[in-house]
Design a protein. Structure first.
Length: 215
């Protein structure tokens, strides 16, 4: 079964609160973007300023060059899942992922467009969640490159148990296709945050991924 996870991508505390307020009436599982200004070319609200309403299930997408430098603070936040990029620091990642699991936090790996799953197979095998990233690092409003759906099949060959996420350009027009392609967590940024009525758009997305039929 697939689900919609609205995304928070905020450059300052004011933007962050505005986005939380938009999602609070309906969101259940939420994807929070974190960026160090190095791995991704923008600075977002740092992890020591993150907060969220009680009852939310939180995935943190950490676009950072050196995961170990952020690990302690992220563990203290107690999210459900932390996703680091496979391209960040391959020497650090196995131990970082193991540490997350010691604290009952699921570990995730994100793959940029050029990254071939087989090239990071050891990390995929260790991960609870693998996210196909087709957007623009640190920004909402990217494009869903559906050619990247082939990665879902390759990831499942390496780790059949991994939850598969997608980040980049998800909207009402492509959500069903992504779900049929094997994506189980659709992270949605601007399609919800910039909608005239965010809750209506969220409901439309949920209806799309749950509809019966064929492509």
């Amino acid at each position: 079964m697939s689900l919609i996870a609205p995304t928070l991508t905020a450059e300052n505390a004011e933007q962050y609160k505005q986005q939380v307020d938009i999602l609070q009436p309906f969101a259940q599982r939420v994807h929070i973007d974190l960026s160090d200004g190095e791995f991704a070319p923008v600075f977002l609200v740092p992890e020591n300023e993150l907060w969220w309403p009680e009852g939310w299930e939180i995935d943190i997408h950490a676009m950072v060059a050196r995961p170990v430098e952020h690990l302690q603070t992220l563990v203290q936040l107690k999210p459900s899942l932390v996703i680091f990029h496979a391209e960040a620091d391959p020497e650090q990642l196995p131990s970082v992922m193991a540490t997350l699991k010691q604290y009952n936090i699921k570990s995730g790996i994100a793959l940029l467009r050029p990254t071939v799953p087989e090239s990071v197979a050891n990390l995929i095998r260790q991960a609870d969640h693998v996210m196909v990233f087709t957007g623009d690092l640190g920004h909402q409003g990217g494009t869903a490159n559906l050619m990247q759906l082939e990665k879902v099949r390759l990831i499942k060959q390496i780790n059949p148990e991994a939850e598969i996420g997608w980040d980049g350009g998800v909207n009402v027009d492509n959500a069903y296709t992504l779900t049929q392609g094997g994506v189980s967590v659709l992270n949605v940024g601007s399609a919800i945050q910039k909608a005239v009525n965010a809750e209506v758009t969220y409901t439309q997305l949920v209806d799309e991924i749950n509809k019966q039929g064929v492509l």
